[in-house]
Design a protein around this ligand. Structure first.
Ligand code: IMP
Length: 413
């Protein structure tokens, strides 16, 4: 089976938990876009693991994790994350492949992202240098992971980049210039540490005939560079169409796509969010759902489930089955609002996103802790009704329901 996992909202849908849960049946877990802006939280055996860059299926020791070509790769973050993961599996390095085609995030990307966010209006990025690294990639001046192993070539590219970036840093932002030598030495050290993991993932995956591959999307469909709420988006394609170019497999490689959606909606960073709720409901969701960014710690904006957003995202990725996450969080609400459409539009349209007026349906809450429940039949009637309502309005089948952060807190419907 070749299965893609994509988020149907603005990220943080719980893709990490779903990948960790499903990965026991897979041989490979491939990240195909994004970088250390991702914040996938996985709780296993009472311990919380936060993955930013490393594929989070790796807690399953049968899995080989691949960081694909479509990703932007920050070696500093990777080395730190690897250290944490080694406390779980000292041999985890043997199960990680990093694409030599992936672009490197350099210190100037991170610095410029921070400065731009702090000195201009900004869009509320994670300040991880993601957009800046993709800018260089598409501007054809980026440096790739594979360049690390040709030191002269790496040095030349670094020199050209540093001279341009230092002009921007000094002339526009009146900041200190960066040292080419320091960065060179630092990256040569990383190169040695990373050497056993560097690969051409396209040949590995092409040879994985008959193997099960899970493609782990990061961020969410509404953060897609083209189809999201531009310009308040990330700099990569977050929809399932991105899998193929993100790891070099033919476009027919994906057999199935699961869409992951919270039972409500959240967004972190700036930009339109039609069902944002700043009243008691939104506050309750934030408190009970512990809605704070895994990468930045920022409080997430919260609101009701938006049927049209999920339908829009599902269409873009060919999703027919969804995983409904954080369902237990709704257990503290007396009544639950669901947006079933808009007064002023037929469906979700990113160009209208800041002006859309949701039409709400109010349904009774289930007012009980459902986090221990593992079978759909055991859910309270109002909870079952909510799931059926989501299915009816989105025209999508709910395949799994997550009722808590632990791996086994999952209901197969
Ligand atoms: P960037 O990806 O850091 O450039 O940030 C661009 C936008 O995407 C900002 O609104 C971020 O908050 C958002 N974003 C990036 N990564 C994630 C994520 O993993 N979850 C949720 N939002 C994200």
């Amino acid at each position: 089976m070749k299965l893609a996992i994509v988020g149907l909202q603005w990220g943080d849908e719980g893709k990490g938990k779903v990948v960790d849960y499903l990965a026991r049946d897979f041989d490979y877990d491939v990240r195909f876009q994004g970088g250390s802006n991702a914040g996938h939280t996985v709780q296993y055996q009472g311990k919380k693991y936060i993955f930013h860059l490393i594929p989070c299926g790796l807690l399953n020791k049968n899995v080989i994790g691949v960081i694909g070509t479509g990703c932007v790769f920050d070696p500093a973050v990777f080395v730190g994350e690897l250290g944490d993961l080694k406390t779980y599996d000292p041999d985890v390095e043997k199960r990680i492949k990093i694409s030599k085609f992936a672009h490197l995030i350099m210190p100037y990307h991170v610095l410029l992202d921070k400065i731009r966010e702090e000195t201009t209006q900004g869009i509320g990025t994670t300040k991880r240098g993601i957009g800046n690294a993709y800018e260089d990639k598409y501007g054809r001046v980026g440096i790739r992971v594979g360049d690390l192993y040709y030191p002269e070539q790496f040095k030349e590219k670094l020199k050209a980049n540093i001279s341009r970036k230092n002009v921007i840093l000094m002339e526009i932002y009146h900041a200190e210039p960066l040292s080419e030598t320091e960065i060179y030495e630092q990256y040569m050290e990383y190169a040695e540490k990373l050497r056993p993991m560097i690969a051409d993932e396209t040949t590995i995956l092409a040879g994985a005939v008959g193997k099960n591959i899970i493609f782990e999307g990061a961020q969410g469909s509404l953060l897609d560079i083209d189809f999201g709420t531009y310009p308040f988006v990330t700099s990569s394609h977050t929809i399932a169409g991105s899998v193929s170019i993100g790891c070099g497999l033919p476009s027919v490689c994906v057999e199935k796509v699961y869409g992951i959606t919270k039972a409500y909606t959240t967004r972190v960073g700036l930009g339109p969010f039609p069902t944002e709720n700043e009243d008691a409901m939104g506050k309750n969701l934030r408190d009970v759902g512990k809605e704070y960014g895994a990468t930045t710690g920022r409080p997430r904006r919260c609101g009701p489930f938006d049927v049209e957003v999920v339908k829009y995202a599902a269409r873009l990725s060919g999703v027919t089955e969804i995983v409904l996450t954080k369902f237990d969080v709704l257990g503290s609400l007396k009544t639950i609002l669901v947006s079933i459409g808009y007064k002023n539009a037929d469906g979700f349209d990113p160009f209208l996103a800041s002006r859309l007026e949701p039409v709400y349906k109010e349904v009774p809450g289930f007012m009980t802790d459902i986090s221990h429940i593992r079978k759909f039949v055991d859910l309270p009637a109002q909870a079952k009704d909510y799931v059926h309502l989501v299915e009816e309005y989105t025209n999508l089948k709910v395949k799994y329901i997550s009722v808590g952060p632990d791996r086994d807190a999952m209901i197969k419907v």
